[in-house]
Structures are given as C-alpha cells and as structure tokens.
Design a binder for this molecule. Structure first.
Ligand SMILES: [Zn+2]
Length: 199
C-alpha cells in the first residue's frame, strides 16, 4: 500500500489505466502534477472534461468534430467529388498534414479483421454506401495502410464498390523517402516497380 493520501491515490489509479502507463509512471506523473501551479492543473482537468463533452463524430464523414459536421466537410473550398477512405481519424490527420489532398474523407473506424471479429458490419461501410447513393462522388481513394488488415479491407472495398459508378484509386506504394533500396523488402520493391512512372 502506497503511503499517499486518498485524492493522490485516486489520481494514480486513474492515470495507471491509461495505455502505456504502469503504476510507477502513473505515480511519477501524479507527483509531477502535484508540483505544478493550480491553474495549469485545472486547465488540464477542464480540457479533459470539455473534450469528453464536446467531441463527437461528424455526421457525414465520421471524423472527430465539435459540430454536427467537421471542419473539412464544412469547408466550401474542398472538392466533394472525391472522397478518401481512411482507417481512423489519426490516419486522416496524417494525410491532412501533407496539405496535398483537397477532397473529403470517410473514416471507417477500423479495418476488416475476421480473426478479431471485425467484419463489414463493424465498420462505417453502410454509411459509405449511403453517401455514394446520396452525394455526387466521382472518385473513391483508398488510403489504407499496406498491412494484412489494410489490404484485406482495400480488396473488399474494391469488390463492393464496383456496383457504384465511381473511379476507385489507391495510394501508391513503394520505397519510402530516405530509405536505402538495398534494404527494402521484396514486396515493397515489387510494388515500387509496378507503380513506376515517367520522369
Ligand atoms: Zn466530416
């Protein structure tokens, strides 16, 4: 039993539930917070409360949003005829950071993984089909990671999207920037060669 007063123990227990934090790191973090100015700690607590209360899913693309529609869906400068399919809001955020993509998104909130019991019903696929019927979408860009689950999901989508009058594209795969090709694996090189383009 740790020799701390109850409010401190409670914080340690709550922090220890967070991913990547065991009891030791939780204790260190709690003692750090205890030494910070009161307003800083209150701001942290308030931001947690606000986040829980206000952040929800965009009704159109299922990105995180503080409004009914997210900022991207509300932006009149974006091209609504192309939608990019991503696994989760973190993947969406990575693509947004590149600043290159100017279309809209559709967030699946997962990838197909029969082993873990994640089938088409567990993802936001029905909502995607509804969007394709309702909106004037010309291109669907599959931006899923080239992992086993990402590939399985992309193949499934390519198959079912055939019934819709849309162009289906996917991200190019190949040798990452800064990588020495002598160390690239066979599959990466195969994809890079298949996806070669004129200079
Ligand atoms: Zn949205």
């Amino acid at each position: 039993m740790m020799a701390f007063p109850e409010p401190l123990l409670r914080l340690i227990q709550n922090l220890a539930r967070l991913p990547g934090l065991g009891e030791k790191s939780a204790t260190r973090l709690a003692l750090y917070l205890l030494r910070r100015p009161e307003e800083e700690v209150c701001e942290l607590a308030e931001s947690l409360r606000e986040m829980r209360k206000r952040v929800r899913l965009c009704e159109r693309c299922f990105n995180f949003s503080a409004e009914r529609l997210c900022e991207i869906c509300r932006d009149p400068e974006r091209d609504p005829q192309i939608i990019c399919i991503v696994e989760d809001p973190a993947a969406l955020s990575s693509i947004e950071t590149s600043g290159v993509f100017r279309g809209l998104y559709h967030v699946l909130h997962g990838l197909l993984s029969p082993r873990d019991g994640i089938g088409p019903r567990e993802l936001r696929l029905h909502d995607l089909f509804e969007r394709l019927k309702r909106e004037d979408i010309k291109e669907v860009l599959l931006a899923l990671s080239p992992t086993v689950a990402g590939e399985a999901t992309a193949s499934y989508l390519a198959e079912v999207l055939r019934d819709f009058p849309v162009r289906i594209t996917r991200l190019a795969c190949g040798v990452p920037m800064g990588m020495d090709i002598r160390y690239a694996d066979k599959l990466t090189l195969k994809r890079a060669l298949e996806g070669r383009r004129p200079l």
